[in-house]
Design a binder for this molecule. Structure first.
Ligand code: RNT
Ligand code: ZN
Length: 422
């Protein structure tokens, strides 16, 4: 275990090394401290939610694993989340889904939900100084079992889901108002077809019309902003996804919505990093669902992959942090769920830190001079620069466990709390 003194010494040496490349590590840590990640609630209970409708998860979403101790109630989920966040440096946000509504007394359906079902979430967020983000839930519901929601050919089903969309934006605005931080409400629908459709156009026309209804009401962006999330394929929608990339990119641009890029939603070798600088030429802001697909959109825990680093580099090097709402989206039920949260969140921050510690001015200089040899050489050398010393120091300064010490904390919580959930 590293002690305080050795961490401080390590940081000092690293700082000097970075200074030689013109990088001020103190400034970098300040910049990192301003990054707030929207951490998804659904890792804590395998996208279960609290409506207890008895429906399957559906929508092509699949959580595998049966690790004991998942949160069974809103209170359990809230304390698990706080435990996880106590092990992650910085101040982050919680991203809720509509299916995490709490039916206090009267049960209401998704087309009737209001801030009332989220009052405990709001009070808790306020108490803990957390901001909230939100998502419509277009799955795990009897009216979504056909795999069609906003693009459903049946007008009454479409109407039900349009109303849900509207309600959720209002809930988002209530979050924003109560907590003083604008909420991002992200819309993703599972609509698509397993096999070759006879008509690709009509569902898209219906979706376009439905979305315009959902977004008809103007909401002050200080309270709530909306994003739309495209996808290429899903389980049960292998041949056709109504809300494709082209569909939503065009929608976002023409309707002034944020585009939400999910790292697992494209071809297996197609990253989202390269898309950022293109779409931000046309959109003022974007949202990200940082995820990790393994062979398919499997939503594995985010690890420190090349793809993650590429995303972080684009955000930092392109100066896009202030125009990007970074969120996480994965769900793994095969390991301790709190650890899953911590691993993904710490990795997101670590990747950003690494990008901030890169000698980007020097890299650009060599690139502009056509010296691609030096660019490549430096990019490779920088992979073993002492960023871990800076990361350890950052954790120390933020009073969170350094290195893998946080695992002990999770194990202790597992023994004292999670293992008692039978
Ligand atoms: C599904 C989308 C969507 C969901 C969450 C639970 O492919 O990525 O964002 O993962 O809404
Ligand atoms: Zn997503």
């Amino acid at each position: 275990m590293k002690n305080k003194k050795s961490i401080e010494q390590g940081y000092k040496i690293a700082s000097e090394q970075y200074a030689q490349y013109g990088i001020n590590t103190h400034k970098v840590l300040e910049q990192l401290g301003n990054v707030s990640i929207s951490v998804h609630c659904w890792q804590g209970d395998d996208v279960g939610g609290f409506e207890n409708l008895g429906t399957e998860l559906g929508g092509g979403l699949a959580v595998t694993g049966n690790y004991p101790g998942k949160a069974r109630t809103p209170d359990e989920l809230r304390s698990d989340f706080l435990k996880a966040m106590s092990l992650v440096p910085g101040k982050h946000r919680l991203n809720l889904h509509a299916c995490y509504a709490e039916m206090t007394g009267k049960r209401v359906d998704r087309d009737e939900i209001s801030p009332e079902q989220f009052k405990n979430w709001i009070a808790w967020a306020k108490e803990n100084g957390l901001a909230l983000d939100f998502n419509q839930t277009y799955f795990s519901h009897p009216k979504a079992t056909s795999g069609m929601t906003l693009s459903h050919p049946d007008k009454s089903i479409r109407k039900f889901w349009i109303e849900h969309g509207i309600r959720c934006r209002e809930i988002g605005a209530a979050f924003g108002k109560a907590l003083g931080k604008s909420c991002l409400t992200n819309l993703w629908i599972p609509d698509g077809m397993k096999d070759t459709p006879a008509d690709r156009k009509a569902p898209r026309e219906r979706l376009l019309g439905a979305l315009d209804e959902v977004f008809k009401k103007k909401i002050d962006p200080k309270l709530n902003v909306d994003s739309v999330e495209p996808k290429l394929f899903g389980i049960g929608s292998e041949s056709y996804v109504v809300g494709s990339h082209e569909f939503y990119l065009s929608y976002a641009i023409t309707r002034k919505k944020l585009l939400c890029l999910d790292a697992g939603h494209y071809h297996p070798t197609e990253g989202i990093a390269d898309k950022i600088s293109s779409v931000l030429l046309y959109l003022p802001e974007i949202a990200l669902h940082v995820s990790r697909g393994v062979r398919w959109d499997s939503d594995h825990v985010v690890t420190l992959t090349d793809e993650l680093q590429a995303i972080a580099q684009e955000l930092v090097w392109g100066n896009f942090l202030s125009r990007t709402r970074i969120g996480l989206d994965y769900f793994d039920g095969s390991i301790n769920r709190i650890a899953a949260w911590v691993i993904g969140s710490r990795n997101m921050l670590r990747a950003l830190l690494m990008a901030m510690l890169a000698p980007i001015d020097k890299l650009r200089e060599t690139e502009n001079a056509g010296d691609y040899t030096t660019r490549l050489a430096l990019m490779e050398e920088m992979k073993t620069f002492p960023y871990s010393a800076v990361w350890d120091y950052y954790c120390l300064k933020n009073n969170v466990p350094v290195s893998d010490c946080w695992v002990n904390e999770v194990k202790r919580y597992e023994k004292d709390v999670l293992s008692k959930r039978l």
